[in-house]
Design a protein around this ligand. Sequence first.
Ligand SMILES: Nc1ncnc2c1ncn2[C@@H]1O[C@H](COP(=O)(O)OP(=O)(O)OP(=O)(O)O)[C@@H](O)[C@H]1O
Ligand SMILES: [Mg+2]
Length: 242
Amino acid sequence: MENLIDEKQKFKVYKNVFDNNTINNVWELLTHKKLLGLESPIKLGKEGNVFSAIDSKGKRIAVKIYRVTSCDFFKMRKYLEIDPRFKLKKSRKTIIEIWARREFLNLHRARKIRASVPKPIAIYKNVIAMEFIGEKNKNEMPIPAPLLKYAIPKNPKEFFNKLINNIRILYHGNVIHADLSEFNILNYNEKPVIIDLSHGLPINSNASDEMLARDIKNVSRFFRKLGLRIDEEKIIKKIKTK
Ligand SMILES: Nc1ncnc2c1ncn2[C@@H]1O[C@H](COP(=O)(O)OP(=O)(O)OP(=O)(O)O)[C@@H](O)[C@H]1O
Ligand SMILES: [Mg+2]
């Protein structure tokens, strides 16, 4: 128990970043033994704050905390409007909790069909625990796998094919990422791992074709710069084919 209190104190160091509710939500995961403690921040951003952490079995995991106070609330609402799975709620806090739940659900769906995404572990309100993509040995530094943007694949064609294959798997598992780009793909030892599934939509939503086309456009733009010739229409057809 004392350890846990230490952890809570340690987390309060970030009190300018998190509100009290969030600190309590992390505390819930700590007390329910999903988490042993936080290690260090990987990214303290505008919406998503990601920490490396250690789980109750001593394994390194990633903890993503959605911020309740300063996120782009209206953009989030707009995105939720096109997802038939969620009823729209007004309060900022509920919207963010739905947002976190949506990422968790999408990760869960994606893993079930063996798409290359972090394995979801636990969720409590606006806090998600998931597999850490990077150095998993807890005696080593918690170095996350780099973003595709900053880690150019050694073989771009091979990497692109693996990526498209994963987008196809996701599609047939009823998930369209809807925010895909080189900023939401990790290059984990030359293997793509798709992250940040909080925008992810089922294929029966109104905007799904538009979102899939945008995802393909974004990744194609990146890989064209690396010399690949890409026919987006053809790729989309391939993704949709059973
Ligand atoms: N499971 C993970 N393992 C390792 N690193 C991760 C993991 N999930 C996220 N990250 C790191 O944290 C960063 C932010 O994560 P993510 O893209 O999910 O959040 P975000 O909402 O886009 O945050 P922001 O709006 O600040 O970009 C990623 O760019 C990546 O570097
Ligand atoms: Mg992101």
